[in-house]
Design a binder for this molecule. Structure first.
Ligand code: G3H
Length: 527
């Protein structure tokens, strides 16, 4: 069978496993799974005709109930969770981790069926999340150990600890519905905040197998869930003014809206991961095999639906022809198919995503661009074959917008300043990749990019990992830094107990320590 026949027959064979139909009837509020009898949202799967299930379309009162539960747990900073020691919180988190591990198969399967992520990548997302939680626990222990001492500064004895901020709202994106949501949820909880979690629209069902674990492992109100339309269930939370920290990964338009809905935006701490259009700069002496392999990984892993995907390629005119030839040939030979197969390219999560890609191609063609690879843009239901488009010019949407899908736009340049200018003028500033060998040129390009983006990848794709590295962005791409360590800081604030070092005050501190009458003034060392 040739490629076109395989594309045409993609959805015809039945799945090798049963569709994991799941009608999700409840939401987590104040430690209870509350049964919802109101309207429901049907969940389609991009992989078969039959629906995958449904989930509660909560209304404003239900969302506010979840917020009230979080507020009650926080109890203006005097709730048990907020005042617990780090050691106590870690015990709860470890129980949760053990319970979560038992749900690996169920959660990974739902990731695959809800968003068409390959089975291998769905499991990888689950495993990466487990690892993220383990590393977060280790890191928070280190932070607590560092804080377990008094310091002497200019005549003052002081102890500094990081304390929770209050009520958090955590919202993740559909491309990493578990991992990216947990990357803010877990540090937020561990630092003592109480949280309302809103899963992404595509990726709600996969949370159902975890609800009992949340309910059993954390005190009531520490984790609450809401589902439904943002304007119905999220806007009222923001308008209440009771959200102290917002973690949102998605579009800047929504992020701006959420922030402005808060009546006292100065009191809202925000950790935002927003749009990006990471560029790959291919220098004349680039090793083309490495470059093409990395650009394909960078632009087509999970079908280009990563905030860190390479979404624009600028290649030097002298090697453009050879580069495009190799790129197109490799793209046309990629393993594609249904997500349960051993493939890189899979269907998109909903028909609207295919339509969006088609519109990008039409627009590029209207301005003189063309799809250079043989199968680029061939579609079947929710499947869209990756397209290499050249030449991409400033008049085209593909030049300026984050396409978030399987299209690789390519433009050529003569002088390196033209390529750098693309990055300088871009409204986004997350990462870039540079492919080249000459230390003098690569060194200069890195220096020029370092004031434009937050990570420069040399002869490698753009990516977030390893998760211990800082993950952030300039301009419209992000606010704040996430990493295992930085996220713990984002969801906490330093508090200091300080006193002039007089005899009497020293004796007081010693007595507090000896009687262990404070959790804050304490030198207990977490083992
Ligand atoms: O979608 C944005 C993700 O944080 C990217 O993570 O680079 O590991 O795929 P990744």
């Amino acid at each position: 069978m040739n490629v076109l026949q395989r594309i045409a027959g993609l959805f015809d064979a039945s799945a090798p496993q049963q569709v994991p139909i799941l009608h999700h009837n409840d939401y987590l509020c104040n430690g209870q799974l509350v049964t919802w009898s109101g309207p429901r949202t049907t969940v389609a799967t991009p992989l078969v005709e039959q629906p995958l299930g449904s989930y509660p379309a909560l209304n404003e009162p239900a969302a506010m109930e979840a917020l009230e539960a979080a507020k009650a747990a926080w109890r203006q900073g005097s709730g048990d969770w907020a005042r617990a020691t780090m050691g106590e919180r870690i015990e709860h988190m470890e129980q949760f981790l053990a319970a979560m591990r038992t749900q690996r198969e169920a959660v990974s399967r739902l990731i695959m069926w809800e968003i068409a992520k390959s089975w291998a990548d769905s499991q990888k997302e689950f495993d990466r999340t487990i690892r993220y939680i383990e590393c977060t626990i280790e890191t928070v222990k280190d932070m607590d150990r560092d804080a377990a001492r008094l310091i002497l500064k200019e005549g003052y004895l002081a102890q500094i600890r990081r304390m929770p901020l209050g009520v958090g709202l955590c919202m993740g994106p559909y491309n990493y519905p578990l991992n990216e949501t947990f990357a803010t949820l877990i540090p937020a909880i561990l630092m003592g905040n109480a949280v309302v979690l809103k899963p992404p629209r595509l990726g709600v069902l996969l949370y159902r197998p975890l609800l009992e674990a949340f309910a059993q492992c954390f005190p009531p109100g520490v984790v609450n869930t809401v589902y439904g339309d943002g304007p119905v269930v999220v806007s009222p939370l923001m308008r209440s003014g009771d959200v102290d920290v917002l973690a949102f990964i998605g579009g800047s338009h929504t992020a701006d809206l959420l922030r402005t809905q808060h009546p006292r935006p100065h009191r809202l701490r925000a950790a935002l991961g927003l749009e990006a259009k990471d560029a790959a700069l291919v220098l004349p002496d680039a090793d083309l095999e490495v470059t093409v392999a990395e650009i394909i990984k960078g632009s087509l892993s999970f079908n280009g639906q990563r905030c860190t995907a390479i979404k624009m390629v600028l290649v030097h005119r002298t090697i453009r022809e050879r580069f495009l030839e190799l790129l197109c040939e490799t793209v046309d030979s990629l393993a594609f198919g249904m997500p349960w197969e051993d493939v890189l390219v899979t269907p998109l999560p909903e028909p609207a995503r295919v339509h969006a890609m088609q519109i990008y191609l039409e627009d590029a063609e209207n301005y003189g661009g063309r799809v250079c690879n043989q199968y680029g843009g061939k579609t079947r239901h929710t499947f869209f074959y990756p397209a290499v488009v050249f030449p991409v010019t400033p008049a085209m949407r593909l030049y300026n917008e984050e396409q978030f899908g399987p299209i690789i736009p390519v433009a050529e340049y003569d002088a390196i300043d033209e390529a750098l200018d693309y990055v300088i003028r871009s409204p986004y500033g997350q990462q870039a990749s540079v492919f080249g060998q000459d230390p003098a040129i690569v060194g200069q390009v890195v220096d020029a990019l370092a004031n434009q983006v937050c990570r420069i990848n040399l002869n490698a794709e753009c990516q977030r990992g390893p998760d211990t590295l800082p993950f952030n962005g300039r301009k419209d791409s992000a606010e704040g830094t996430l990493s295992i360590y930085d996220a713990l800081r984002t969801f906490s604030i330093r508090a200091i107990a300080a006193t002039p070092r007089t005899k009497a005050n020293t004796a007081l501190l010693q007595a507090i320590l000896a009687k262990r009458s404070s959790n804050f003034i304490s030198t207990d060392y977490l083992l």
